[in-house]
Structure formats: structure tokens, C-alpha cells
Design a binder for this molecule. Structure first.
Ligand code: PHE
Length: 440
């Protein structure tokens, strides 16, 4: 029996995760053995009290502050500059200044309010689980998306902005998934006058309509005309950005989506390399979020893009671990002054992989993400992929067994089988000690 757990290229958005619900109370009381058990966690010089929910690992913490999106000649830095250029050149205010403000140094340590509550994420939403999210402690976590900053920036009085940064999710291990990646959030708000500014005679046109109902097209408090004009603006702006990045002839489609903090919501997909690729998630912001942020007279839209996913497609980068490579052979390929310069990545010579399987009986509260984290902690970037290849429950004693296949590969040289075996056996050892599994 072969069970593939690897998802397709698209990282599960909160909209997909919504389908899997669980109780937040039990989530938060779960202990994670891969976590740091010291009494405090140090992040960029600040000490945070750790507790029973803490599940950040030293490996994850070592990524904080790298800010790859701000490195000038890094592929993520190049993509970010291309996105900024699009907004700088297409959107200016009355006096010719850029309309969109850019925030790219916001602290990735955020509160539960920022990451979830401010975005109206239901109490039992699976993304709140320590199985999926890195908690610093009960109150603080590493942001799982840049949407975490929407409310605070709107509260500052900003009506149009980008927020770019590193985001953290506990996840499977393969060529397109890494527990740290980068996102760009885009938000634009409008006053009533702005929404209807292009209408010849806007008399009587309003954003808000009391006593209407929520439908597929709009929220209950919005008029259909306002919702449609904002949808039009959102689609025009985001499609323009996508065509700027991928070329004006790229095939695209809008797909209906769900996010707790937007309605209606969409995903924009492009046809690239023989497949549909999700470029971004977006929607008209839930009015409740805007009201809570003090922008009750405005209507707005928001979008979020994953930078690695775009960069992998645009530059033909085959493995997500390469973004963290310090090899000159990787970095020099992105040393261009103009970020619009087309680049096709030439793979560093590909070295042979080593494959090792591990099978064990799992305890009842076991989560595969605990094992993936442990593998990352012990094996680091030498682990290219982990697949759950077999899972069964013994008919008599009802215990469940998992078999994982680990692919080890060095990015810069040949890894010997002996070296792979050594890492593999320490992974087995740590899994026994920390996760309570029993090797078969
Ligand atoms: N934050 C969402 C995600 O990470 C993307 C998104 C942003 C969707 C803004 C809608 C609006 O999946």
C-alpha cells in the first residue's frame, strides 16, 4: 500500500486548512517533545518565557533575521523589487508619490490576536493548532502569514500598503515545502468617494446598505455596486502584477476560494510549465475586520502572495532549500542590477541521493508534523524529502504503524551512504526518545 502525503506544489492556504477542524483547547494543551524545554527562548536578543505550548526549534529560530527578501541579489529580493516596482510605477497619489507604503521589517513574533483573532479565524480552526504553527509560548507565535499585520497597519491610518516578510508553518518535507517561506501582503482601502470616483453621476451611490443579506457576491452590509467596483479594482491590480511578472500572454483563471477574513474570496492561477499554479489568494476584506481596525467608513481588498513559489517558477529553481544556500555557485546566478533581467537557474551539479526507510509504532497523540520537525532538527538541509509510504493499524492490538521514506541529498557534493546511515540512525534514536515511538 502506498500513501503519498506530499501535497501538490500549492502550499495549503488557510482556506484549505479550514476543512480540517479540531478543538483548540486540546490543541494548546498538547506537549511537543521536539520543542525547546528550557525556560526561555531567545529571539534576536529578546528573551521570551517558554511554556508547555512552546514548539519552536533552534533550527527554526536560526532563520529569524535572515530577511532573504531584503537581500539585493537574492532571488526573493529580486522578486520583491519587481513587485515594488509594479506598485511604484502604476499607483501614485495626487502629488505623484507612491500610493502603497512598504513594510518589510515587521517582527515575525506576533500575538495570537494578530495572527488569528484580528483575522476572525474561528476558535477551532486547524491553523491554530501547535501541530501546524510554531508557538514561542501560549501568547506569542511565529506568524504563519503576513495577513497578521493587516489590522495594526490599518490602525496606523495606512490605506494602501505591502507587508513583506518571512512566515513559518510546520509542514511536510519535500522540494517545494520548507517550514520558513516568504509572503507579500497587499491591502487597499477606499472611501465612498474613491469607490465611485469614476462614475459620471455618483449621486445616491453608497458603500453600505443596512438590512441586506450576504450572498456569493458580497457581504451583508455592502451594496452590490460597491462590492463589484472593489472586486474590479482588486482583479485589475493583481492581474496587472501577475502579467508583469509572468509576461502578458500567460494564461490565467480566477477560482472561488474561502478565507475567514475576506468575502468574496478568490485565488488567481496561471498556466505555467504544463500545470495550473496558484499565484495568490485574495478577497474583499471582512467589514468586521475594518471596523475593529477603526476604518469603519471604508471598504477594501487584501491579497497574499508566496514569494518562493513565484521565484521557483520564474527562475526554474528546482528545490526550495536552495533559497538558503550560501554557495557562491548559487548566489552568483542572481547578481543582476536590474531585477527585470530574465534569469534561468542552472542547477549546480546534481549529486546522487541516498534513500533510507524507517518504520515505527506511533503513540496515540502522534502527529506526522512532529516527526518532520525532528527530521529537520537532526538532518537539516541534507534531508530532501520525507514521505509517509505506509500506514496501517494492527487488527489485534490496534496499534498504528508508520513507515517513512527519507531521501538524503547534499546540495554541493556526494553524500556517502555511510553518512546518510549515521544521520538516519540518530533520527531513529531521537524519535524514540522524544516522540515515544517504537521502532519495528
Ligand atoms: N493569508 C492567506 C494565506 O496565507 C492569503 C490571503 C491574504 C488571502 C489576503 C486573502 C487575503 O493563505
Amino acid at each position: 500500500m502506498l500513501i503519498r502525503v506530499s501535497r501538490s506544489l500549492s502550499r495549503p492556504s488557510l482556506c484549505v486548512q479550514r476543512l480540517l477542524r479540531c478543538s483548540s483547547h486540546t490543541q494548546l494543551s498538547q506537549l511537543h517533545s521536539t520543542s525547546i524545554r528550557k525556560s526561555e527562548v531567545k529571539i534576536k536578543g529578546t528573551a521570551y518565557q517558554s511554556d508547555d505550548v512552546t514548539n519552536v526549534t533552534p533550527r527554526i529560530l536560526s532563520k529569524i533575521g535572515k530577511n532573504l527578501h531584503t537581500v539585493k541579489h537574492h532571488p526573493l529580493g529580486l522578486i520583491k523589487r519587481r513587485i515594488e516596482n509594479y506598485f511604484y510605477t502604476h499607483f501614485t497619489n495626487r502629488v505623484g508619490n507612491p500610493l502603497f507604503a512598504i513594510f518589510d521589517r515587521l517582527d515575525p513574533v506576533v500575538t495570537i490576536h494578530q495572527n488569528f483573532d484580528s483575522l476572525l479565524t474561528p476558535e477551532d480552526h486547524v491553523s491554530r493548532s501547535p501541530k501546524d504553527t510554531y508557538y514561542v509560548n501560549r501568547d506569542l507565535l511565529l506568524r504563519a502569514h503576513t495577513s497578521a499585520h493587516q489590522e495594526e497597519i490599518i490602525k496606523m491610518g495606512c490605506d494602501a500598503f505591502l507587508a513583506v516578510g518571512d512566515v513559518y508553518r510546520r509542514d511536510q518535507i519535500d522540494a517545494t515545502h520548507y517550514p520558513v517561506f516568504h509572503q507579500c501582503e497587499i491591502v487597499r482601502l477606499f472611501t465612498e468617494g474613491e469607490v465611485f470616483s469614476r462614475v459620471k453621476d455618483p449621486t445616491g451611490l453608497r458603500i453600505f446598505d443596512e438590512g441586506d443579506r450576504r450572498s456569493h457576491d458580497k457581504q451583508e452590509m455592502h451594496t452590490l455596486e460597491a462590492a463589484k467596483l472593489v472586486e474590479f479594482d482588486l482583479k485589475k491590480c493583481l492581474l496587472g502584477l501577475t502579467l508583469q511578472l509572468f509576461g502578458k500572454d500567460v494564461e490565467y483563471r480566477w477560482v472561488d476560494a474561502y478565507f475567514p477574513f475576506t468575502h468574496p474570496s478568490w485565488e488567481l492561477e496561471i498556466f505555467h510549465g504544463g500545470d495550473w499554479l496558484e499565484v495568490l489568494g485574495c478577497g474583499i476584506m471582512e467589514q468586521k475586520l475594518l471596523n475593529n481596525a477603526g476604518a469603519m467608513s471604508k471598504i477594501g481588498w487584501a491579497a497574499g502572495l508566496g514569494l518562493e513559489r513565484l521565484a521557483m517558477k520564474l527562475y526554474a529553481i528546482p528545490d526550495i532549500r536552495l533559497f538558503w544556500s550560501e554557495e557562491e555557485a548559487f548566489q552568483k546566478q542572481f547578481r543582476v542590477d536590474n531585477p527585470e533581467t530574465p534569469i534561468t537557474f542552472k542547477p549546480l551539479s546534481v549529486y546522487a541521493p541516498c534513500l533510507n526507510d524507517i518504520s515505527f509504532w506511533v503513540p496515540s497523540n502522534f502527529s506526522s508534523n512532529d516527526f518532520y520537525d525532528l527530521v529537520r532538527t537532526v538532518g537539516g538541509d541534507l534531508v530532501e524529502q520525507v514521505d509517509l509510504v505506509d500506514e496501517f493499524t494492527h487488527p489485534k492490538h490496534q496499534r498504528t504503524s508508520h513507515c517513512y521514506r527519507l531521501v538524503y541529498r547534499h546540495m554541493d557534493r556526494t553524500l556517502t551512504q555511510a553518512e546518510a546511515n549515521e544521520i538516519h540512525s540518530s533520527i531513529g534514536q531521537k524519535a524514540i526518545e522524544n516522540l515515544g515511538v517504537e521502532i519495528r
